[in-house]
Design a protein. Structure first.
Length: 131
């Protein structure tokens, strides 16, 4: 009986060891699961923060685009106005020069015609006087 008692004690010790081993393994697994949960929560927090940062960046980019578009539109309008005014001034100056040249040419033609007509007028006056 003694041997059976020793066998039973050994078996009880072995079973106790197995149970303790299983409990320790379960505790380690639970710790690992908890560590993984903490890592998952941290990763989710980082992802959420990254998403918020990307949203902020996108909003800043849209605001920058709006400001640049407004600045470009304003600059384009000012440039167009300036160039239009410059073009009109240059066109007015060119037209004035052309008009002055045309008036000078007209006076020269009038003078030339008057010089051509003068001998005819004189001859006509003489003819009238003779008649």
């Amino acid at each position: 009986m003694n041997a059976s008692l020793i066998g039973l004690c050994a078996l009880a010790g072995l079973l106790t060891g197995v149970v303790f081993g299983a409990l320790i393994a379960q505790l380690r697994a639970a710790r690992r699961i908890e560590a993984l949960r903490v890592e998952l929560a941290a990763a989710q927090a980082r992802l959420e923060a990254s998403t918020l940062q990307e949203t902020d960046r996108l909003n800043l980019l849209e605001q920058s685009e709006t400001r640049l578009r407004a600045a470009f539109d304003s600059l384009a309008g000012e440039t167009l106005k300036t160039h239009s005014e410059l073009f009109l001034r240059l066109a007015h100056e060119a037209l004035g020069r052309d008009q002055a040249i045309a008036q000078g040419a007209l006076k020269e033609r009038e003078l030339a015609i008057a010089q051509l007509v003068e001998p005819l007028r004189g001859a006509l006056e003489r003819t009238e006087a003779q008649v």
